[in-house]
Design a protein around this ligand. Structure first.
Ligand code: BGC
Length: 447
């Protein structure tokens, strides 16, 4: 039987975070406002009115956080760069103090023997760009590529790999279609140009990064989709949802084409957004696909017409504090399914997020169980031939969980948000020992 110790030699262990969720210092050192500052300032958007103004105060406590990662023995750290720290209005003038923060962080990580893996966009668009239409506008893709070039010019001598976008699906759906994330627009299917403009931004930025010698990944949030029954209606609904969630952002990047969106009444050019040459740019070869996995999705035919699918609850499985179903084998199913769908077009996969929220306890046995069973599922996918290169736990620290504020705790390390005291949980020691054992096993095999 395969388990987590069978993951391949050279496999990279890490933790992940994102700028708005941990940094705080929202108005310091020339940082411009982002859409999340605007959104959280609006009443009724985030549970209990929480904001990321201070978050984990990582902007001032990054030394301590790097030391925590050194203690874990991780090979790599996935963090995100706040675009409005680097370019306060999203274009033109560069804020030296903002870039200097990431410059120091990268040096400190390398000194600690940790590879930096920055994500360039984890949802904190400069507000000035949103004022001009945000990702609904094609121009934002070009601004994103310019920003990518600015960052790579400064950090590219030390950063080997980059992630362009984090979960463009979630950003489009929650941010622009439903409005429960920033920028809070509720455009339903009229949000679809946001998909294309984000992907175009990815393609343009990838070219800039590669021209500077960087390796490029994109991170998509994926879910195995299961039909609630074998009825033709449920099967069609599941296929429609799978197309939207899993194919809309993978097919253009991996195959150079959009999937058939006719179930949504949407044309192949996404309402006129796609222009000649765009798909060639978007489909330039990737060095890796970042996959975020949390849970599978059960889909039924909709009771009312509107969208061609409806969500159904997954019964009979444990749930996290967020209410998300815990189904570890979904990770294996997802990865094996990806390989089946994309074959040789699937680049090596890195799990760039996987984790769970549980109550505040320091003795977080539920988290240990979640992580260990998911790693076993990952090892099973590797044994079935999926080329998996790394795994990043979400998250190093309890942090600002978007519309849920500070109510969902995903950290290996507990954070007291009043005192900012960090306290490693039992899962921290468990992950540290797992990583050490993997390193030792493979060092032995090599010698
Ligand atoms: C996001 C993270 C988020 C996590 C848990 C992912 O969708 O990339 O920012 O905190 O899931 O919800």
């Amino acid at each position: 039987m395969t388990d987590r110790h069978d993951l391949p030699p050279g496999f990279r262990w890490g933790v992940a975070t994102a700028a708005y969720q941990i940094e705080g210092a929202a108005r310091e050192d020339g940082r411009g406002p982002s859409i999340w500052d605007t959104f959280t300032a609006r009443e009724g958007t985030v549970r209990d009115g929480h904001t990321g103004d201070t978050a984990c105060d990582h902007y001032h406590r990054w030394h301590e956080d790097v030391a925590l990662m050194r203690g874990l023995g991780v090979d790599a750290y996935r963090f995100s760069i706040a675009w409005p720290r680097v370019q306060p209005t999203g274009q033109g003038a560069v804020n030296g103090a903002g870039l200097a923060f990431y410059d120091r962080l990268v040096d400190a990580l390398l000194d600690a023997g940790i590879e930096p893996l920055p994500t360039l966009f984890h949802w904190d668009l400069p507000q000035a760009l949103e004022d001009g239409g945000g990702w609904l506008e094609r121009d934002t893709a070009y601004r994103f590529a310019e920003y990518a070039a600015v960052v790579a010019d400064r950090l590219g001598d030390r950063v080997r790999s980059w992630i362009t976008l984090n979960e463009p699906f979630v950003h489009m759906v929650y941010g622009y279609a439903l409005g429960n994330h920033a920028p809070g627009r509720a455009l339903l299917l009229d949000a679809l140009p946001v998909a294309h403009h984000q992907l175009l931004g990815h393609g343009l930025a990838a070219a800039e990064l590669r021209a500077r010698g960087g390796a490029v990944l994109i991170t998509n949030n994926l879910t195995p989709v299961r039909p609630a029954s074998g009825s033709a209606e449920d099967l069609a609904a599941a296929e429609a949802y799978d197309t939207l969630h899993n194919r809309l952002f993978n097919d253009p990047v991996l195959l150079g084409s959009y999937p058939d969106l006719s179930a949504f009444g949407v044309s192949a050019d996404l309402g006129g957004a796609v222009r000649d040459g765009d798909l060639e740019l978007i489909a330039a070869p990737l060095d890796g696909l970042g996959v975020n996995y949390y849970n599978p999705t059960l889909i039924t035919a909709p009771a009312d017409p509107g969208l061609p699918f409806a969500d159904a609850p997954i019964e009979g499985v444990p749930r996290t504090a967020f209410g998300w179903p815990v189904v570890p084998d979904g990770l294996r199913e997802l990865l094996v399914g990806l390989r089946g769908r994309y074959g040789a077009a699937l680049p090596p996969v890195t799990i760039t997020e996987n984790g769970c929220s549980y109550p505040e306890d320091l003795d977080d046995q539920d988290r240990i169980s979640y992580l260990s069973t998911h790693l076993d599922a990952l090892a099973a996918a590797a044994a079935e031939g999926v080329d998996v290169r790394g795994y990043f736990t979400w998250s190093l620290l309890d942090n600002f969980e978007w519309a849920e504020g500070y109510h969902q705790r995903f950290g290996l390390v507990h954070v007291d948000f009043d005192s900012q005291k960090r306290t490693p949980r039992a899962s921290y020691a468990w992950y540290r020992d797992l990583i050490a054992r993997h390193h030792t096993l493979h060092a032995r095999r090599v010698h």
